[in-house]
Design a protein. Structure first.
Length: 346
């Protein structure tokens, strides 16, 4: 089998495609012939050595990748009754950038025949993240106003669609004009292009009394203002810190940017939060992989919405495994819309 291996933190040249013996499925595992693997912004942080759960669970060397789609090759003991050949998708805590993977059966689901491997590989992370943020943490109600940062990205696009499914009014924030149409297609009631207008003045125009929910994975650049723009009883969901990394900065760590980002992070006062009736919620799903109950409930709901045509999977940008560095370059640039996936069989 072939997989991408990173032997130590660094730039994109650290992404090596290597040949290794095929794994065999252990107890509770399903062996999957991977056709496509999702690429996520978090994979860049893994490569740079900045991702806490990668250090906690794997260390170096590491094969990144949180999601795959393909077909079952074999099934280990106590791994359910899924037949070899069945099309599947799976969430994986690392290891996804590979042509074969042994995945925990609790995180493997049948993939509808109508869903391509590329689309399937792009669903678990963005779908689970958006579902957890909105439905587990926020309890959205129809008519509520939701501000979504980086709304044309992978997770952002899923948030737009799920906010619409919940009957909310999603306002999208995007970083350049090329992303506006994508955000509109996925359900944005309005799009703020922050390269052309002042983000927060526009945000106030769309919701003069504040937002019921703000979904923020941009981090130091936006968090303080995101909190200030909550309506009473509003919830700020923090789930990433993209602006701590350099946009297209040669793919390397920028210690100055990391430090200045860290210093710019707001400190929230429980006293003020209580008096203002504003909440700050935060999560990282890569520390929640043992919550297979959450995974299964969310994935079943997402697949139901997909079958009903309520959730669409915009065609992802695809790369062969050996072009993995290009995929990282593109997602690091901050210029992509939607998902990126690797075709592992090319
Ligand atoms: N906590 C969790 O469990 C969890 C799970 C999945 C993802 N995430 C987080 O969610 C965010 C979105 O992930 P994704 O994989 O779907 O990526 P993505 O949104 O497709 O790409 C990242 C986007 O962030 C924005 N951005 C802001 N500052 C940036 C910078 N310095 N460099 C590059 N991009 C920057 C860009 O959009 P604009 O220019 O349009 O703003 C860019 O397109 C990431 O921060 C990721 O770490 C968290």
């Amino acid at each position: 089998m072939r997989k991408v291996v990173i032997h130590g933190p660094g730039g994109r040249e650290k992404l090596l495609v290597e040949e290794h013996p095929d794994p065999s499925p252990g107890p509770g595992e399903v062996l999957i012939d991977v056709e496509a693997a999702g690429v996520n912004f978090a994979d860049v942080a893994v490569r740079l050595g900045l991702y806490k759960s990668a250090k906690t669970y794997v260390g170096w060397p590491i094969t990144p990748g949180f999601e795959v789609a393909g077909r079952v090759r074999a099934v280990g003991d106590r791994a359910g009754d899924i037949e070899p050949g069945t099309p599947v998708l799976a969430a994986t805590r690392f290891g996804g950038y590979a042509s074969v993977i042994a995945a925990s059966h609790a995180l493997v689901l049948r993939r509808p025949e109508s869903m391509s491997a590329e689309d399937g590989a792009g669903l678990p992370v963005v779908g689970l993240t958006a579902y957890y943020a909105l439905f587990e943490l926020c309890r959205p109600r129809p008519g509520q106003r939701v501000l979504i940062h980086a709304a044309a990205g992978g997770v952002g696009g899923a948030l737009l669609q799920l906010a619409r499914i919940a009957g909310c009014e999603p306002i999208a924030v995007v970083g350049n004009a090329n992303k506006v149409a994508h955000a509109r297609r996925l359900g944005a009631a309005a799009v703020i292009d922050r390269s052309r207008e002042d983000l927060w003045r526009a945000a106030e125009r769309h919701a003069p009394t504040g937002y019921d929910m703000i979904l923020d994975a941009t981090g130091p650049e936006t968090l303080r203002h995101s909190y200030r723009h909550l309506a009473p009883a509003g919830r700020l969901v923090v789930y990433g810190f993209a602006s701590m990394l350099s946009r297209g900065g040669g793919g390397r760590r920028n210690p100055f940017r990391l430090l200045s980002g860290y210093l710019r992070l707001p400190r929230f006062s429980p006293l003020r939060m209580t008096a203002e009736n504003r909440s700050v919620l935060a999560f990282n799903l890569s520390f929640l992989f043992d919550r297979t109950d959450l995974f299964q409930e969310a994935m079943e709901q997402l697949l139901t919405w997909y079958a009903e045509g309520k959730l669409v999977l915009p065609s992802p940008a695809t790369y062969s495994l050996r072009r993995v560095a290009d995929a990282h370059r593109d997602i690091e640039s901050g210029e992509t819309t939607g998902k990126l996936v690797l075709r592992t069989d090319q």
